[in-house]
Design a protein around this ligand. Structure first.
Ligand SMILES: [Zn+2]
Length: 394
């Protein structure tokens, strides 16, 4: 009993103490002083807790498509009264391209415009409306270093760049002068993640680069690539390289591609977007000499072209995510979760060109559509079984 009473007294004393200490915040009129009651004691509690590291996590997605190779059958099909309308061709892939934070396209043919004469293989010049439709579909960056960059000389490149600037499209790999070339392209996103985009080609179909104007097209030059990756790494969170290389129509990368990819991985490139073979080549992670990882797609295939064999009509949208974490004053940036959307360029009698996500294809649109799609999926994921395939409207 005594013990119980003693405990009771202690409890009463403790409750009184609590009342008194809280009472300090009640003013003469009996109203709670919000300033002291609300902020002062709370502040004290926070100060007594151990300091938590400040953590910021941001994420963006990047999408990339392969060759925009505009043959005459494609631009003739797009002809309308006042120019060219390519929108119906990209209508079904627009939702996917628009959904990514940054979308990158490889514009293989220069969009020098009608004024200097449109042309097809072997020396291309395309309508400026090709640029407009990419913009409309959600593309924000074009890579221009291709074997067809010099097809119509400096004039087509300069006119094309003028149009890219008019529509506010970031371009990389072909430039108007050396000053323009020296400015590494970095896309700053609202999420606070910056992405540098570099672009190089193996060659220019035997057309010599005009004397003293090597800014017109970036050729693959290991020394230049290494120094630009280094510069880009200082300017941006991640470095994405467009490499126009490989053998046409080969479904697997050759040794030269693998060697160059290993070289850029060793130099610290984060992502390689390959193109030129006009067919898809697989995705894989390559390890750089410093233990870094480089995400590689060896070839994105044709995204839009007039080519007419099944594998040349198949291309796709490669997508991946970039996560930036700031923790305890340390920033880490991680490329992760690669995905792929295989696409197919359908047309009939060289008309009604349309890029269709392969998972949506019916047997009427492509005989054995399902089988064909499964084979493409197996091919793309052969070195990366966890590669995801996009199979719904984004
Ligand atoms: Zn090419």
């Amino acid at each position: 009993m005594i013990r119980d009473n003693a405990l009771g007294i202690i409890v009463v004393m403790f409750l009184s103490f609590l009342l008194v200490s809280c009472g300090g915040d009640i003013d003469k009129n009996g109203k709670a002083d919000n300033r002291t009651a609300g902020s002062h004691p709370k502040k004290e509690i926070i100060e007594k807790e151990p300091k938590e590291p400040i953590e910021v996590k941001q994420e963006i997605s990047i999408a990339a498509i392969g060759d925009m190779l505009i043959h005459n059958s494609v631009y003739n099909d797009a002809k309308v009264e006042n120019g060219y309308d390519f929108k119906p061709m990209l209508e079904r892939v627009k939702p996917y391209l628009s959904n990514a934070t940054i979308s990158i396209a490889n514009q293989e043919t220069m969009i020098g415009g009608e004024e200097i004469g449109l042309s097809s293989y072997p020396r291309f010049n395309s309508p400026t409306e090709v640029g407009d439709v990419l913009k409309w579909a959600g593309v924000n960056v074009v890579t221009l270093a291709n074997n067809h960059t010099l097809d119509k000389g400096e004039e087509a490149i300069q006119r094309a760049i003028e149009h890219w600037e008019t529509i506010d499209m970031t371009y990389s790999g072909a430039y108007k002068d050396s000053q323009d070339r020296d400015r590494i392209r970095v896309v700053e996103t609202n999420e606070g993640i910056s992405v540098a985009i570099l672009s190089y080609t193996y060659g220019t179909n035997g057309i010599p680069v005009p004397e003293g104007k090597d800014y017109l097209v970036n050729l693959i030059d290991r020394e230049m690539i290494a120094s630009e990756i280094k510069e880009a790494k200082d300017l941006a969170d991640i470095v994405v390289l467009g490499l126009h290389f490989g053998n046409e129509y080969e479904r697997l990368p050759n040794q030269d591609q693998k060697d160059l990819v290993q070289f850029v991985a060793d130099e610290g490139a984060d992502v390689v977007l390959g193109h030129h073979p006009h067919v898809l080549q697989p995705v894989e992670w390559v390890y750089g000499e410093n233990g870094n990882q480089t995400l590689v797609i060896y070839s994105l295939g044709n995204f839009l072209s007039g080519q007419d064999e099944f594998y040349r009509q198949v291309g796709g949208m490669f997508k991946f995510y970039v996560r930036k974490t700031i923790e305890g004053g340390e920033t880490t940036v991680e490329v992760h979760s690669p995905e792929f959307l295989p696409t197919y360029v359908r047309y009939q009698n060289w008309r009604d060109y349309e890029i269709i996500p392969m998972y949506q294809l019916t047997n009427e649109e492509l005989p054995n559509a399902k089988e064909r799609y499964e084979e493409i999926k197996a091919h793309m994921s052969m070195w990366l079984p966890e590669l995801k395939f996009i199979e719904d409207e984004e």
